[in-house]
Design a protein. Structure first.
Length: 249
């Protein structure tokens, strides 16, 4: 037991294992997988915000209207490939870390069954199980290696495999988010050539923030107000700095 637990107690080993699982499954947006819906909505908000900042800078530089359109279009084209590629890359990296955890845990089950049984006993005692039911439950779980692997991944490492989407699905969600936000921007510019960005940006952020709030089960109004406030702050800061550092024409 000492070789597996490295001199620590079962409880200390479980705490270290949970931390290991947390590090392997963490996302830039939290411990849960970002998912294609959240990724798409977040990408839409980012496209809207970047478009607004570009428009403010282009206006401060006194660029012709057509040049401003070209600037936003080129940046959004590059942003599309960056966001989609980054989403897929992060997904693959996370899956690689999860697969290493699975391989490590499977090896522990095959080579350290007594220690795995001790961990299971500790975990189910913490759940309130007591003898003789405790021993029966442990024996049932230890009899099936596949079931044991799933239990140890979820209970010991805190990794739920069902919550992780395929990287390409996440990339697709991001691509759709960028495309929808860009479409709203184009439609707004066609209707209002000189001020469409100021309509498209809050509208896109309002819809995306409300959508994300419902998925994450938080108050939509609270999320929307905060995101619109951050948008206004970023736009105001860009406008102030551009007028401060860009000399008048």
């Amino acid at each position: 037991m000492g070789s597996h637990f490295k001199g620590s107690s079962v409880l200390e080993h479980l705490k270290a294992a949970r931390l290991k699982g947390h590090l392997a499954s963490k996302e830039p947006h939290g411990i849960e997988a970002q998912g294609h819906l959240i990724g798409g909505a977040d990408a839409a908000r980012e496209v809207a915000m970047i478009s607004l900042i570009l428009w403010i800078v282009a206006t401060s530089l006194h660029l012709p209207l057509v040049s401003s359109y070209y600037l936003i279009g080129l940046v959004l084209a590059g942003l599309f490939f960056w966001k989609v590629g980054r989403s897929a890359s992060l997904g693959w990296s996370r899956l690689e870390r999860i697969n290493r955890l699975i391989d490590d845990e499977r090896n522990e089950i095959e080579t350290n069954r007594d220690e795995e049984k001790s961990e299971l006993t500790e975990m189910y005692q913490a759940k309130g199980f007591s003898e003789p039911l405790l021993s029966k439950v442990i024996d049932v779980l230890m009899a099936d290696d596949n079931k044991l692997l799933g239990i140890m991944l979820e209970e010991e490492l805190g990794v739920s495999l069902e919550s992780y989407e395929h990287p390409l699905k996440q990339a697709l969600g991001t691509a759709i988010g960028v495309f929808l936000a860009s479409s709203i921007l184009v439609a707004s510019l066609l209707l209002f050539p000189t001020g469409g960005v100021f309509i498209a940006t809050p509208f896109t952020i309002l819809i995306a923030s409300t959508f994300m709030a419902k998925i994450e089960q938080i108050r939509p109004l609270h999320s929307t107000i905060w995101n619109l406030a951050i948008t206004f702050l970023a736009a105001a800061a860009t406008y102030f700095l551009s007028n401060l550092f860009i000399p008048p024409k």
